[in-house]
Design a protein around this ligand. Structure first.
Ligand SMILES: [Zn+2]
Length: 273
């Protein structure tokens, strides 16, 4: 007769008897490896850029610090957003001007191109439309690339700073976030609602995920006065931009952001003649 105890039944919350397990290793396979629709002709878009910039400047607006504004664009228009006073990040939303149910889809844009957009990447609309809304054509910060921590600029990681998460972290009420600014702008200027504000294109912001824990991180924006990005509209667009109350994002979330860390952003729209 054996002295060993009979094997105990696995605990009911385990479901089965888990043993250390070895997983097969595979090299990463790029999903959505450059589908044809995501690749633009650089010559074609350089030409669209040239035609617009040598055409007419049809609108200039300044998004004041810690606020948001909206504007519209026609297909083929070029928008330049400039850090015209001091380092500042911005959150952008896009809607089809004729059907605001069709709006920017940051998650699919991230899968099609990458977590951070580079020139000639496109900004895609939500399902069931899934069409290019705009194409990124110029970036004075393109040389930043991907840094030693995996940080890069202009992410489509998603979301936007908001007062609900601020309260979750700090326990304090506040109104002063990209979300609240975007809501105010689309409600007051366009008759839309809070539900119309969606995940953003995070321009001039340096972000990534830590290698060890894959946690979201940010760094102070490397953008300085005079830096700009440009995109060409691939459909008639309503666009909203928030000049983030986190300013250049050099202060951690939850801490007070001094006014001198925040700046306005300049928007110019050019149209070919
Ligand atoms: Zn923000």
């Amino acid at each position: 007769m054996s002295n060993s105890k009979p094997a105990e039944a696995p605990a009911p919350w385990c479901g089965r008897d888990f043993k250390p397990r070895v997983y097969a290793k595979h090299p990463p396979i790029i999903c959505y490896d450059k589908p044809e629709a995501s690749i633009v002709s650089k010559d074609e878009y350089d030409d669209k850029r040239y035609q617009a910039l040598t055409g007419e400047l049809i609108q200039t607006l300044v998004v004041p610090k810690r606020e948001a504004r909206t504007w519209t664009m026609q297909t083929g228009d070029l928008c330049r957003i400039t850090v015209h006073e001091g380092s500042q990040v911005g959150d952008v939303n896009f809607w089809n001007l004729e059907n605001t149910q069709e709006r920017f889809y940051s998650g699919k844009t991230r899968q099609l191109h990458g977590a951070h957009l580079k020139t000639y990447d496109r900004l895609w609309s939500c399902l069931p439309y899934l069409r290019p809304m705009a194409t990124f054509v110029f970036d004075t910060l393109a040389g930043y690339g991907i840094d030693e921590d995996g940080g890069a600029l202009h992410d489509v990681i998603g979301t936007r700073c908001d007062d609900y998460t601020y309260k979750l972290i700090t326990g304090k009420d506040r109104v002063g976030s990209c979300h609240s600014s975007l809501v105010k702008a689309v409600v007051e200027e366009r008759g839309l609602t809070e539900q119309d504000v969606h995940d953003v294109w995070n321009i001039f912001m340096c972000t990534g995920f830590t290698k060890e824990t894959q946690q979201y991180f940010c760094k102070p924006s490397p953008a300085i006065k005079g830096d700009f990005i440009e995109f060409v509209a691939d459909m008639n667009l309503l666009v909203a931009l928030s000049a983030c109350p986190q300013g250049d994002v050099s202060i951690p979330v939850g801490a007070e952001v001094p006014d001198e860390k925040c700046h306005p952003l300049k928007v110019e729209v050019f149209r070919k003649k």
